[in-house]
Design a protein around this ligand. Structure first.
Ligand code: ADP
Ligand code: MG
Length: 716
């Protein structure tokens, strides 16, 4: 109990932590002492030794000590301070500063002794460090070096490394002994060669000088892997538990008479593929049971998941219940709304729209409709928010699952419960007990999850432990394969010419701008710049622009114009990644393609090749391309099979490669990386089975530790 106390103690209880710091730490997701234990270093700096300048090589990160030989203030392009130091090895190292104040310039005087830490690079005449960390040393005194590697933590504005590190050190002094802290039984730790948690935590925060820095940098050190194992194990157990407990609830058995579905299929301009028919049948069968369905429909980009969703929704409506369809972006949700509106109007099925941006009277009307006569509700995550009450929700459909978290899914599921319960939010412990005992069964809606991200088997077993899976493994007929080429950005002019020619021939094109930054502002700026460039280069074309900073009506207006053929080219950020469907668009340019994950590129490319026109996709990359990046782009040039792409992605994505976390789906992991640590998953599953069978009380505590109050598993 004492251990739990120390762990859950709020950070504010630590000496020296005031309200301002509490707010800053909360931005990092750190609120308890335990959060500090699990806030792991991003990397380490080795300041345990001094390297003679003679031994430096370009690319090293090193600590050196020397005396200033010469100082030069220059103004080439911008102010610059150049400081030459040398040491007993009689070699010179150049330090360069572009930002400096007068005090600094004064301090860096000839004859002063400096200790510097930084990355070594080739300069014009000698090796150099740009903006090294440095401090002046007293003249002859010898200053001690660090005894341990210096951890560098992820931090945020207003919180310096030193302060954060000191705080984590303080938290570590509260780390209890093994008996209190350890939640994986020794027998299992032996089998899977796991050190104790205490040992692992102390190691990653305070690695000794001889530690394997390369292994640590890659996250592959046994101490890090020990922590990743525990996290993955817990996620697995938590998903298993959620599923188990969901199964104890009942769902409305939806037995429709099929009339709406039959009429829907009649008016559809195409015949469903066999795969669509099979998957729809699997879903409809599940809906007929009083056990809540929890099914993932996996189908490659363009495989036609939307009509399967429509069939499922109609089955709910036929049985007198409501269905909700939720999409991760407003753009995609709106597109669904338009399709459903078109399909459902002739059937006299009432479809209502709800998004966060809907305000005032329109919102009030939508909410009233959802609580009353609406039969299908379509929208963004706004559908899950408080204040949205469904009359009788029988089915929840979530499109493009990879953008949503487990807990978001649970929130929507709660909407199906008796209103007095849903409104109350978190249940008390007593009720939770009640619920898990199965005495207090409530109705929950069925859940259908649609994803284009094919999940390799190992991942599916763990990350999606709570779902059944159906696959739409066939594309509608008549699709033309997309020709894919990779072209260096130096040949940008040729690519622009290609657009001109294609659009002159009546084709339409996308130009996708990508930036690593998650910031919508920067992404929008990048798109604006490209828009200006292309408008200048292609004056004869009508060009539109779509990015996340536009109002949804503006976005929609541009998409509508594109859909109607009034625009030839759209410059867009990755907002168009999911679901957007304009069959006449047959050329796509993806800028900086090398920066994106394979799954994301595959998604983007899936926006073309939807009609009968010959389609192509150009990956415009920044030369030179690394070997790894080349291999990855090659995978996409060779295949358009999403499943193979996902497996290759997992295989190729080395640790340290930039990758989007979203395709690892619903789990938000603090330490483990599903790509890097996928090899642990079979062990995680075996260990999980043992834990569930022999140590249910430890399972509880693991879940409390890692998933915490965010997990609504207990009242699922
Ligand atoms: P996704 O699985 O990527 O969500 P969509 O449901 O958006 O795919 O379908 C992609 C396109 O294919 C849409 O234009 C849709 O109307 C069309 N489509 C779906 N099923 C078929 C089919 N069986 N035959 C022909 N076209 C189809
Ligand atoms: Mg879709």
């Amino acid at each position: 109990m004492a251990a739990a106390d120390a762990a859950m103690r709020p950070i504010a209880a630590l000496p020296g932590v005031g309200p301002a710091l509490v707010t800053t730490l909360a931005k990092l997701g750190l609120t308890s002492v335990q959060d500090l234990w699990f806030h792991l270093p991003l990397r380490y700096e080795d300041k345990t030794r001094i390297t003679p300048i003679r031994d430096l090589r370009s690319g090293d990160t090193a600590q050196v000590e020397g005396r200033i030989e010469a100082v030069e203030k220059g103004f080439r392009y911008k102010p610059q301070l150049r400081v030459a130091i040398s040491d007993d090895s009689r070699q010179t190292l150049l330090l360069r500063f572009f930002h400096f104040n007068n005090a600094q310039a004064m301090q860096l005087a000839v004859g002063a002794r400096l200790r510097c830490f930084g990355e070594v690079r080739h300069g014009a005449n000698s090796l150099e460090m740009v903006h090294p960390q440095y401090r002046r040393l007293a003249d002859d005194a010898t200053a001690a070096v660090e005894e341990r590697l210096t951890p560098i933590y992820p931090t945020t504005e207003g919180l310096g490394q030193k302060r954060l590190a000191a705080l984590i050190e303080r938290a570590l002094t509260l780390l209890p002994g093994d008996e209190a802290l350890e939640l994986i039984p020794e027998a299992l730790r032996k089998v899977y060669k796991l050190s104790s948690l205490r040992e692992a935590l102390l190691y990653v925060h305070r690695p000794p000088p001889e530690a394997d820095l390369a292994g640590l940098a890659l996250g592959l050190h046994p101490a890090q892997q020990r922590l990743a194992f525990e996290e993955l194990l817990t996620q697995h157990l938590s998903l298993k538990r959620m599923r188990e407990q969901l199964r104890r609830h009942s769902a409305p058995a939806l037995h429709g008479d099929g009339t709406l579905r039959a009429r829907f299929l009649e008016q559809l301009p195409f015949t469903p593929t066999r795969a669509q028919e099979r998957v729809a049948a699997e879903v409809i069968r599940d809906l007929g049971h009083a056990t809540p369905m929890l099914r993932l429909v996996q189908g490659d980009v363009g495989s036609g998941k939307t009509m399967v969703a429509a069939l499922a929704a109609l089955a709910a409506v036929e049985a007198g219940y409501q269905a909700a369809l939720m999409a991760p972006t407003e753009l995609l949700a709106e597109q669904h709304f338009r399709h459903f509106h078109k399909w459902m109007t002739p059937l006299a099925v009432n479809v209502v729209w709800l998004a966060g941006k809907l305000k005032g009277k329109a919102r009030t009307a939508a909410l009233a409709s959802i609580a009353g006569t609406a039969q299908i509700a379509i929208g963004t995550h706004a559908l899950m928010q408080e204040g949205v009450t469904f009359r009788d929700l029988g089915l929840v459909i979530i499109d493009e699952q990879h953008r949503f978290g487990v807990h978001q899914r649970l929130a929507l599921r709660d909407k199906g419960r008796a209103p007095h319960q849903a409104a109350r939010g978190r249940d008390t412990d007593a009720e939770r007990q009640h619920t898990t005992d199965g005495c207090n069964l409530t109705h929950v809606p069925h859940q259908l999850v649609l994803t284009a991200t094919p999940i390799p088997r190992t991942l599916a077993m763990t990350a999606y432990a709570d779902l059944d899976v159906s696959a739409i493994d066939e594309l509608p007929p008549g699709r033309t394969p997309v020709t894919t080429v990779a072209i260096a950005n130096t040949r940008r002019a040729e690519v622009i010419e290609r657009i001109r020619v294609a659009c002159a021939g009546g084709r339409q094109a996308y130009w996708v701008c990508t930036l690593i930054e998650e910031s919508e502002v920067l992404q929008a700026q990048a798109a604006e710049v490209t828009f200006a460039e292309l408008t200048a280069a292609l004056p004869q074309l009508r060009i539109g622009i779509v990015h996340g900073r536009l109002k949804s009506a503006e976005k929609q207006a541009v998409m509508d114009a594109f859909n109607a053929g009034q625009l030839a080219l759209i410059v867009a950020t990755t907002v168009i990644e999911v679901g957007v469907d304009v069959p006449n668009a047959s050329l796509m340019i993806i800028e900086n393609a090398e920066r994106l994950g394979l799954a994301q590129l595959h998604q983007l490319r899936g926006r073309v090749g939807r009609g009968s026109a010959e389609s192509s996709c150009v990956f415009l990359y920044q030369a030179p391309l690394s070997g790894m990046a080349r291999q990855r782009l090659d995978v996409l040039r060779e295949t358009s099979d999403g499943f193979r792409i996902a497996e290759k992605d997992l295989e190729l994505r080395g640790p340290g490669e930039v990758l989007g976390t979203r395709q690892t789906g619903q789990l938000s992991l603090r330490i483990a990386d599903l790509a890097r640590d996928a090899y642990l998953l079979p062990s995680v599953q075996r260990a999980g089975a043992v834990m569930l069978r022999d140590h249910p009380e430890l399972v509880e505590r693991l879940i409390a530790r890692w998933v915490g109050h965010a997990a609504r598993y207990a009242d699922a």
